[in-house]
Design a protein around this ligand. Sequence first.
Ligand code: PEP
Length: 257
Amino acid sequence: MTTRTPLMAGNWKMNLNHLEAIAHVQKLAFALTDKDHDAVEVAVLPPFTDLRSVQTLVDGDKLKIKYGAQDLSAHDSGAYTGEISGAMLAKLKCSYVTVGHSERRQYHGETDTVCNEKVKAAFRHGVTPILCVGEGLDVRKAGDQVAHTLAQLDGGLKDIPAEQAETIVIAYEPVWAIGTGEVATPEDAQEVCGAVRGRLAELYGQDVAGKVRIQYGGSVKAGNIAAIMAQPDVDGALVGGASLDPEEFVKIVRFRD
Ligand code: PEP
């Protein structure tokens, strides 16, 4: 059986400037022990403008905290004002980049096709995509959460070969649970995360499906993470609001305690 190291990633969204980012990562670094890092991979996803400062701190102090970005361009360079390329993220040694976060899909009209281009762009530059999928409230009320999420998964993974797919991270984030305090039940999370792994097995085989980490995201806190992590197909969390409080985030990382 494959053992998947859980990934706890803090999506800071548009919060914390580069000075605040340094203070925040220092607090995390001070609190996290080698035991924590052996058990769980910890990553922060700051705004673009913080990445260089975070990199300097992580490199300089040889921290085990990983970092990445919240978005990237589908293009590698050129006349795309305001965009940031995968090559730029790779140069800053980003490990991860989220693709298709529901706020990008909702406010910036990102379609599955765009997400697929961004997944490919991330892989071209050796940055691991965290592909975000998940249904809105209307879809959930209609009971179509699995079909909806799997369609997003299929779209995001189109033409992605198995050797890349096995390294991707999928974040199942029901949109109605993001930033609302409305957390999915552990059973809700498992239903869709299990279906995601099943589809990965159909697309790439059991071996690949067994390697892919599937996170849950949506109002994760120290108080609800243990029950969510107890589900067999949940391999970590994408944490928004609660990741802005270093003490709370460390408690989430220590979900087993
Ligand atoms: C997110 O931004 O991906 C998220 C899950 O936010 P929150 O934890 O605040 O619901």
